[in-house]
Design a protein around this ligand. Structure first.
Ligand SMILES: *[C@@H]1O[C@H](CO)[C@@H](O)[C@H](O)[C@H]1NC(C)=O
Ligand SMILES: *[C@@H]1O[C@H](CO)[C@@H](O)[C@H](O)[C@H]1NC(C)=O
Ligand SMILES: *[C@@H]1O[C@H](CO)[C@@H](O)[C@H](O)[C@H]1NC(C)=O
Ligand SMILES: *[C@@H]1O[C@H](CO)[C@@H](O)[C@H](O)[C@H]1NC(C)=O
Ligand SMILES: *[C@@H]1O[C@H](CO)[C@@H](O)[C@H](O)[C@H]1NC(C)=O
Ligand SMILES: *[C@@H]1O[C@H](CO)[C@@H](O)[C@H](O)[C@H]1NC(C)=O
Length: 797
């Protein structure tokens, strides 16, 4: 293997552990931007000549460096242009962007203000949930889970009050509050008639006072509705104007709290993780003990997941000087240095102008490493070479292999394309951490020995730039994994030196790739150059049907066994084979999904009434009901009723997505949503992709493959009650704490006892309880993470 994987890997991503890797690190850094996967090596191009000499030893395998160096500087110029438009994909492009267009610094402020105002303007409606759906949901949940939704309310309220919000918002948005403190709770509850507590009120109060507590609500009322009047009342009430109710609720709470032993906040004792990864600790990727025991790292095994036997319950320390992240879209161009203080990266990149330190910021001029002259130019060049790719219409969800700091994905938002980017975890490069800090979706993953955590045939396009992944070796094992993930008729865009350079090594790889892709029935649909960015690309198309497979003279690569489930992707070893394509018109993959944005709402053609949905109805009805349910909940409750300042929310995770209804309902917000389908839930992930959303499989008894402090909002619908049967809730909560940014929110809908338990846990972490509501056996909780960290270190991690 000319390109021994091991070698490459070492060269590039070495780092984590030893100092010896310093050199490597350097290299890595440079390369980092887009390297990805284990195998991928970026083209050497990126490196500055000087540097390359230093590292050579490590780097050797890379092809001769191409120089883009000069141009990179130039890139910054371009950056300006691009910066002009920031749009979110999720949002209607047009809408959001306008505000953002101006992006000058001042704008930020403006932007913020606007956002802040928004809420005010809108009336708050209490969150309501829907009952209608109950059945469905319940089912969905499970299966046995309760039906939370129902519980909630039907009520709508009528009025909405706006007033308080301003204050709240302002304060909220403001900065960080000391976490530690809690304020007393006030309880508001209104139980009586008016009673329903309205969430808005609560929230507001909370903010004002700091903590809120809950409500109890025994009342019949549904989840909080808010009427304006009520809000007002509540405020009055808070202080005890309505002593009776307050007292009542308070008592209740106390009673409840005391009744549950597990729920007692004093029973939790949190300590700081004592890991060498310190503030960047990812338990399943930083398991040094397990990594040391690996017999080989040739296939990047050391970058794969190795979860601790006992999931940690410690808390990850906060970097010194951590600040609330800059808001999207400004964050695409700059982030706080103190939040991702990777000096080497900054230094090295500084030379190259991909990333540079400027005052308190890290800047990403010109779209990052791979595109010295602008990622958008590159993106548009792809579409010129292949108009049928139709960004934002035919092509909506794509995979970027070896994303680096994910500039490609960041700019794809401008074309209404959602990009799942991944790169191997590397302590020194921390590329994925940069991507997420910028507000661009990415996970730490590697093309090693196992399948990537996605279902088969879901990505419209797969992209790999500066991609040094040894696709052609070992029977094409890694390229065959991409083949599994690619939708029939989908495209693979490969821009790497073998496509446009003539060095002997490049030629050799090109020839091997040509033979491999041909044997896989991939058709090269164009090969072209982005002259401005000095890269060339070859675009391949996966077949739509089995004709070509059947006509091959040699069964190589072989077809997978019929028993091989192409969607099985959790810890499933890679195998060098191809799955047969769907046969028959009613099967998923038989035809291309609707174009975006129609895809979002349309029931996938392959869901029909003869299948039973997650909630027990015919699948197509189930889908529609779920969609309607979440639209209602999100617009009434989450967006308008909880006091969340959505301008501060960018990275969102639905920890237990079913059909992606929650994510779909957030489409008008400037957010992206990572939809997680837990491994023990019905596998609805293909449906999520079919509608132009994305996500992955995960087991919440283990840590998620992301850096600490990378999400602004986590949403868990009937997840924890289910999880606590399999693993320790405290460990799951520690993971939630790890993933969530300070001042990030967690919204939970679950059984009442789980809600109570989580509330106590949140309080023991000095989080602010923004809203709690329980009724019957169902409850809703909204909490905000604080900056608080324990002082004491755990013995070892
Ligand atoms: C996007 O915004 C435009 C203009 O505001 C509107 O006409 C269009 O319907 C929106 N599209 C979607 C999908 O929201
Ligand atoms: C925010 O809260 C502080 C104290 O809680 C208060 O003094 C200040 O006026 C509030 N700001 C706004 C804008 O309401
Ligand atoms: C609540 O009452 C206390 C004492 O009765 C008073 O000091 C405080 O200002 C009141 N708070 C509000 C918000 O009315
Ligand atoms: C390939 O791309 C070039 C532009 O890069 C375009 O002019 C040409 O028509 C394309 N070829 C095909 C077959 O689409
Ligand atoms: C419904 O879907 C199933 C599974 O995709 C398929 O076998 C069946 O033919 C479909 N029925 C109709 C009427 O389309
Ligand atoms: C933290 O871990 C290191 C190395 O495992 C250990 O030497 C040290 O004692 C630990 N610190 C504490 C406070 O236990």
């Amino acid at each position: 293997m000319a390109f021994g994987r091991g070698a490459k890997m070492d060269g590039r991503r070495p780092s984590s552990s030893s100092s010896s890797f310093c050199t490597t690190t350097t290299v890595v850094v440079f390369v980092a931007l887009c390297l990805v996967g284990a195998w991928m090596m970026t083209s050497s191009t990126v490196f500055p000549l000087e540097i390359s000499s230093n590292k050579k030893s490590v780097v050797k395998q890379q092809p001769a460096p191409v120089n883009f160096g000069a141009s990179e500087d130039a890139a910054s110029g371009n950056a300006g242009e691009s910066s002009g438009k920031f749009e979110d994909t999720d949002n209607n492009d047009t809408t959001v962007p306008e505000e953002s267009n101006n992006k000058e610094a001042p704008e930020e402020e403006k932007f913020t203000e606007n956002m802040a105002e928004k809420p005010e303007e809108k009336e708050q409606e209490p969150p309501r949930e829907r009952e209608e759906n109950k059945d469905m949901f319940d089912d969905a949940n499970g299966k046995s889970e309760g039906r939370s939704d129902d519980v909630k309310n039907d009520n709508d309220d009528g009025d909405k009050s706006e007033e308080k919000k301003d204050d709240e918002i302002t304060n909220e948005s403001g900065d960080e509050k000391p976490d530690g403190e809690r304020k007393d709770d006030r309880e508001e509850k209104s139980e009586g008639d008016a009673t329903q507590e309205e969430q808005p009120q609560i929230e507001e109060k909370v903010e004002e006072s700091g903590e809120k507590k809950e409500q109890s609500s025994n009342s019949n009322e549904v989840f909080p509705d808010g009427a304006e009047s009520e809000l007002l009342k509540e405020s009055n009430t808070q202080n005890g104007s309505f002593p009776t109710q307050a007292a009542e609720s308070k008592n209740e709470k106390e009673v409840r709290a005391s009744s549950k032993s597990s729920g007692d906040e004093s029973s939790y004792s949190w300590k700081l993780c004592n890991s060498s990864a310190s503030t960047d600790y990812i338990p399943c990727l930083d398991n040094e003990k397990a990594i040391k025991k690996l017999r080989s790292t040739k296939h990047y095994e050391h970058r794969e997941r190795h979860c601790p036997e006992e999931p940690p319950t410690c808390l990850v320390p906060l970097p010194e000087g951590y600040k609330r992240p800059i808001e999207w879209p400004k964050s695409r161009d700059k982030v706080w240095y103190s939040n991702v203080p990777h000096t080497r990266l900054a230094e090295y990149k500084g030379h190259q102008n991909w990333v540079k330190v400027s005052g308190d910021y890290l800047l990403f001029p010109g779209g990052g490493t791979q595109f010295k002259n602008g990622a958008l130019h590159y993106i548009d060049t792809i579409q010129q070479a292949l108009p049928n790719i139709a960004w934002g219409k035919r092509s909506r969800v794509i995979l970027d292999v070896g994303c680096g700091v994910a500039s490609f994905g960041g700019y794809m938002f401008d074309r209404d394309v959602l990009t799942m980017s991944f790169a191997p975890k590397d302590e020194h490069e921390a590329q994925v951490q940069f991507a997420l800090e910028r507000g661009i979706p990415a996970i730490s993953a590697v093309m090693g020995t196992k399948r990537l955590p996605y279902p088969s045939r879901v990505f419209d396009v797969i992209h790999c730039a500066r991609c040094r992944v040894p696709w052609h070796i070992e029977g094409g094992m890694l390229l065959l994994e991409l083949n599994r993930l690619l939708r029939p008729g989908g495209y693979f865009v490969w821009s790497a030196t073998p496509v446009y350079q003539k060095l002997p090594e490049d030629v050799e790889i090109w020839n091997a790739m040509s033979a491999l892709t041909k044997s896989m029935c991939w058709k090269m649909v164009n090969k072209t150059k982005d002259k401005l960015n000095q890269v060339g690309m070859a675009i391949y198309q996966k077949p739509m049907d089995n004709n070509c497979y059947e006509k091959r003279s040699e069964n190589n690569p072989p077809l997978c066994k019929d028993s091989d489930d192409a969607d099985a992707a959790w810890n499933v070893p890679l195998e060098a084979c191809m799955h047969k394509l769907p046969a028959g018109p009613t099967v998923r993959g038989a035809k291309w999904p609707e174009s975006w944005p129609q895809r979002l709402e349309k029931t996938p053609f392959w869901l029909n009434g003869s299948q039973v949905g997650v909630y027990g109805k015919p699948a197509n009805e189930d889908f529609e009901a779920d969609n309607a349910h979440w639209k209602r909940v999100v617009s009434k409750s989450y967006v308008n009723g909880m006091g969340i300042d959505w301008s501060k929310v960018r990275n969102v995770m639905d920890m237990r997505a079913v059909y992606g209804g929650f994510a779909a309902a957030l489409r008008d917000q400037k957010v992206w949503v990572m939809n997680i389908v837990p491994i023990d839930s019905p596998d609805t992930l293909p449906i999520i992709y079919e509608r132009g959303l994305f996500g992955m499989y995960h087991d919440w008894c283990e840590s998620f493959s992301t850096y600490p402090r990378t999400y602004d909002l986590l949403h868990a619908d009937h997840l924890f009650s289910k999880l606590k049967k399999r693993c320790k809730l405290m460990a799951v909560f520690a993971e939630v704490d790890r993933v969530l940014r300070p001042q990030g929110k967690l919204i939970v809908r679950d059984t009442a006892d789980t809600i109570n338990e989580l509330e106590s846990m949140a309080k023991s972490l000095k989080w602010e309880v923004r809203m709690t509501y329980t009724k019957g056996n169902e409850g809703l909780l909204c909490v905000e993470k604080s900056m608080w960290r324990p002082k004491e270190l755990e013995a070892s991690t």
